[in-house]
Design a protein around this ligand. Structure first.
Ligand code: S3P
Length: 170
């Protein structure tokens, strides 16, 4: 495997954070989360940024974070679920890296996020419907990835091994 960056994209709750951390340990690389990058710069949480400054402001900060993180060498990047919405982000991530889509079913996502308070976009009366709606809208964007790994019913280790196998010739 080359030293290209590995960018993980996918819907909220698809396992990007845990997989990126484990993958980084296995490959002896640094894992960087775009959400944490933004939170550190802003000194406030993602829900607070959405609440106080709105989604468009968050997206601007996200594009800035992607540009900075994608410029690094040999890192594993845990991208926020909406990173794919801005074509500039995809372009930046591809410059020095490969993009891997972690796919999860709406049911899996719901089970993983239902007891958490940190996803402002899912704070609605019917989060399951919202998950399905957003996933449908984003399908064509996630399809821009270089590789796709299905994550339903797989362990974090299995997913990491699959990614490593897929990227063997990169
Ligand atoms: C978002 C996903 C979140 C976070 C923000 C918006 C999205 O990241 O960036 O709440 O638009 O899908 P995770 O995918 O890590 O939950």
């Amino acid at each position: 495997m080359s030293q290209k960056n590995i960018a993980l994209i996918g819907f909220m709750g698809s396992g990007k954070s845990v997989v990126s951390k484990k993958l980084a340990v296995i490959l002896k690389r640094e894992a960087i989360s775009t959400d944490e990058w933004i939170e550190r710069r802003e000194g406030r949480s993602i829900p607070r940024i959405f609440e106080e400054s709105g989604e468009p402001y968050f997206r601007e900060q996200e594009t800035r974070a992607v540009r900075e993180v994608a410029g690094k060498e040999s890192v594993v990047i845990d991208c926020g679920g909406g990173v794919v919405l801005d074509p500039r982000n995809i372009k930046e991530l591809r410059k020095k890296g490969v993009i891997v889509f972690l796919a999860a079913s709406p049911e899996t996502v719901y089970q993983r996020v239902k007891d958490k308070e940190d996803r402002p976009l899912l704070k609605t009366a019917d989060p399951q419907a919202r998950i399905r709606q957003l996933m449908d809208q984003r399908k064509p964007f996630y399809a821009l990835a270089d590789y796709t790994v299905a994550t339903d019913k797989k362990s974090v280790r299995q997913i990491c091994e699959e990614i490593i196998r897929l990227l063997a010739d990169e």
